[in-house]
Write a protein that binds this ligand. Structure first.
Ligand SMILES: O=C(CO)COP(=O)(O)O
Length: 271
């Protein structure tokens, strides 16, 4: 058992909403307020199931003011971070700035950063290290494209991404990490990897960490699934043993739908 154990699950489930390039800072405040109202109204236990949102950079200050001012029980993070700490890097955002804004987490190596901005595993490694230097919790995103899946090389491909990004990390750092398995073919397409696919990959990721960093690190590591998650499929994926949470894109932009995903246990009971 690890520090993340909450007495209910082996690891505290994390339901995270990646807003991508959606919602300005005023819309962000409205969504966070409504989401918290719905969840508080439904007696959601935020200690038992952690809730995080990942708004665009320009929203973060407003979200911080709201969350701190009203002592809201959810946490937030950024969608990307610079590998550098400061200097002549026009347009980049330092992990130190994000830390100062109260971010708990930061996404690293999202497939849209990889495909649209040419980020590779070495860059993910540098960003991950920068995030850790400033006390942020990296959420490392890995996952294969359709061609790789069709060639049957998805496990080997995804494990290579994991190994590349974790290069040089200590066992302690790996123990506290969050890794999101997001098969690229399932992102924004309506195609969902089946619960079996999610479980197979998460089990492979955990086994790889166990073999390289030990059982304790593997037991602490939280593994999320992402790709066309909705309230109608969330519970069946979360029922899988090695899936500890979800990284939700489109469905996190609707407060009622996202709240329903957060309350996945309700579906487990009523399914
Ligand atoms: O990329 C994703 C989350 O990071 C998944 O996006 P969708 O849920 O919109 O498929």
């Amino acid at each position: 058992m690890t520090s993340k154990t909450n007495g209910v699950y082996d690891r505290t489930p994390l339901i995270a909403g990646n807003w991508k390039m959606n919602l300005d800072h005023q819309q962000a405040v409205t969504l966070v307020q409504k989401l918290t109202w719905i969840l508080t109204d439904a007696d959601h236990d935020f200690e038992k199931v952690e809730v995080a949102v990942f708004p665009p950079f320009t929203d973060l200050r407003s979200v911080q003011t709201l969350v701190a001012g009203d002592r809201l029980p959810l946490v937030y993070g950024a969608q990307d971070v610079s590998a550098e700490d400061s200097g002549a890097f026009t347009g980049e955002i330092s992990a130190q700035f994000l830390s100062k804004l109260g971010c708990r987490y930061v996404l690293v190596g999202h497939s849209e950063r990889r495909t649209l901005h040419g980020e590779d595993d070495a860059m993910a490694n540098r960003k991950l290290t920068a995030a850790l230097r400033h006390g942020l919790g990296p959420v490392l995103c890995v996952g294969e494209g359709l061609d790789v899946r069709q060639a049957g090389r998805h496990v080997e491909h995804t494990l290579a991404q994991l190994r590349g990004a974790l290069e040089g990390l200590s066992t302690e750092q790996v123990t506290d990490l969050v890794v999101a398995y997001e098969p690229v073919w399932a992102i924004g397409t309506g195609e969902v990897a089946g619960p079996d696919d999610a479980q197979q990959m998460c089990a492979a990721l955990r086994a790889d960490v166990a073999s390289r960093y030990g059982e304790e690190a593997a037991a602490g590591l939280r593994l999320l699934y992402g790709g066309s998650v909705k309230s109608s499929n969330a519970a069946s994926i979360l029922r899988e043993k090695d899936v500890d949470g979800l990284l939700v894109g489109g469905a996190s932009l609707d407060e009622a739908e996202f709240a329903s995903i957060v309350r996945f246990e309700h579906h487990l009971l009523t399914d």
